[in-house]
Design a protein around this ligand. Structure first.
Ligand code: SF4
Length: 187
């Protein structure tokens, strides 16, 4: 059963000490959503509020993400949301390459269980991790790319991280445009 596999992985991740971030976390943030989601969204790492609540995208960026999903005709309850890192980096700094590498098996296993055909990456770190190469979002956002990750193939739709749009009107317009495009792709 997919639900049981996800729960087993969630418990293993909650005990993980593969990188130093276990020392500063309140708790791990595994991901949330149905076991058979319409699509999977992958962000960068939990922030302060996510670390407190144990759920991804619950702060201001999460509210924006919920409204972006609605603009794409998607209910938040219908999609699965997770991050590259399952623990919060102190001060919300960018994840270190060794932290991404240490946490990568968790994301690999999560995507193996969920088996999505479409993944939306939020921000540069998520897109680069999934594609296995440096990504310049200004050139590659809002397009469907072929992605092979951990032996699985799926379509990847890279866009900006909602947090980057909170204080930048330009990034917000780009994000809104990308989610309108996503709506077209899904219909
Ligand atoms: S960030 Fe990932 S690898 Fe590091 S301790 Fe947390 S769960 Fe483990």
């Amino acid at each position: 059963m997919r639900e049981e596999e996800l729960e087993g992985l969630r418990v293993r991740v909650s005990r993980c000490r593969r990188c130093g971030l276990w020392r500063t976390r309140t708790q791990t943030v595994f991901g949330s959503g149905p076991a058979f989601p319409r699509l999977v969204l992958v962000g960068e790492a939990p922030g302060a509020q996510e670390d407190e609540e144990g759920l991804p995208f619950v702060g201001a960026a999460g509210k924006l993400l919920t409204s972006l999903l609605l603009s794409a005709g998607l209910r938040r309850e219908g999609v699965y949301i997770t991050n590259v890192l399952k623990c919060r980096p102190p001060g919300n700094r960018t994840p270190l390459p060794e932290e991404v590498e240490a946490c990568r098996p968790h994301l690999e296993e999560q995507l193996r269980i969920l088996g999505p055909s479409l993944v939306v990456s939020l921000g540069r770190v998520a897109a680069s991790t999934l594609l296995g190469r440096p990504v310049e979002l200004s050139r590659e956002h809002g397009r469907v790319l072929d992605c092979r990750f951990a032996g699985r193939s799926f379509s990847l739709f890279p866009t900006y991280h909602p947090a980057a749009a909170l204080y930048s009107g330009k990034n917000r317009s780009r994000l809104e445009e990308d989610f309108r495009r996503l709506r077209e792709l899904l219909t």
